[in-house]
Design a protein around this ligand. Structure first.
Ligand code: ZN
Length: 76
């Protein structure tokens, strides 16, 4: 499988015929890490995605609890 890899040392992005997470850079022999195709592999997208999902779950959970408490006649 042909993947894009960016060298951690010299920063060159090259295509390597490998499915490994890292390969050996052709230019400097240091480690090159696989990058996602499409170009968008920044961490902020991942960092904001999980809290949003967690918040949604928490809000739904609290809402359900409120509903249950009302059914039980407990003010909340
Ligand atoms: Zn390199």
């Amino acid at each position: 499988m042909l993947n894009d890899y960016k060298c951690n040392s010299c920063g060159l992005v090259r295509e390597y015929w490998s499915k490994e997470e890292t390969v050996k850079c052709r230019d400097c022999a240091n480690t090159a890490s696989k990058i996602m195709s499409g170009g968008n592999f920044s961490l902020p997208g991942i960092d904001t995605g999980f809290p949003t999902a967690a918040d949604k779950w928490a809000r739904r959970h609290r809402k359900a609890n409120h509903h249950n408490l009302k059914e039980l006649g407990i003010p909340c």
